[in-house]
Write a protein that binds this ligand. Structure first.
Ligand code: IMP
Ligand code: MG
Length: 175
């Protein structure tokens, strides 16, 4: 049991479970992107921990860049993408791998996809640690999914509740 502000959470995905899956994804991505020198585009803030662990499992030349978007307030999506910072580098002609913590409604990802595609990259794929298929409102293809989870709010391993919980080693689910 874990309490963050007014809410109670229970342990959901252990450190070992996360680590093993991240390793598998890294191996798969390394194979798929062999010789392609991709740009890995991390979505801040939530993806920082997943991205950091994932990168260490990809033993291929790549570049890392970040964008920042926000659509959440408390435990529910506002349905609007509030803020976008970044995308300074040109992605034209590059293989882009977007790395997210979670695809929930898919609105943020759809928005980001549009921005990335406008730069005419050679390819764009998505790696997301978590996907909530029941919450999806957009058609998003996630090429590399860590775990499909039910439509319940989660924190930890980069994911937050009102800014807290990002530093947790494990993922917790709202009780
Ligand atoms: P979407 O636009 O609804 O897909 O929401 C995407 C963003 O909302 C994610 O990148 C997360 O930062 C945040 N988010 C969605 N679901 C959760 C959750 O269960 N816990 C914490 N953050 C979440
Ligand atoms: Mg996010």
């Amino acid at each position: 049991m874990l309490k963050i502000k007014d809410k109670e959470f229970k342990r959901y995905l252990s450190e070992e479970t996360l680590h093993n899956r991240v390793k598998e994804l890294g191996k798969q991505i390394a194979e798929d992107y062999k010789g392609k020198s991709p740009v890995v585009l991390g979505v801040l803030n939530g993806a920082f921990m997943f991205l950091s662990d994932l990168m260490k499992e990809i033993e291929e030349p790549l570049q890392v860049s970040f964008v920042k978007i926000a659509s959440y307030s408390g435990t529910s999506s506002t349905g609007r993408v509030k803020e976008v910072v970044g995308l300074a580098e040109s992605l034209k002609g590059r293989h882009v791998l977007i790395v997210e913590d979670i695809v929930d409604t898919g609105l943020s990802m759809a928005h980001l996809m549009g921005m990335v595609k406008a730069q005419e990259p050679m390819s764009v794929s998505v790696a997301s640690l978590l996907v909530k298929p029941e919450a999806l409102q957009e058609t998003i293809t996630v090429a590399y999914t860590g775990f499909e989870i039910p439509d319940k709010f989660v924190v930890g391993y980069g994911l937050d509740y009102d800014g807290f919980g990002r530093n947790l080693k494990e993922i917790y689910q709202l009780k």
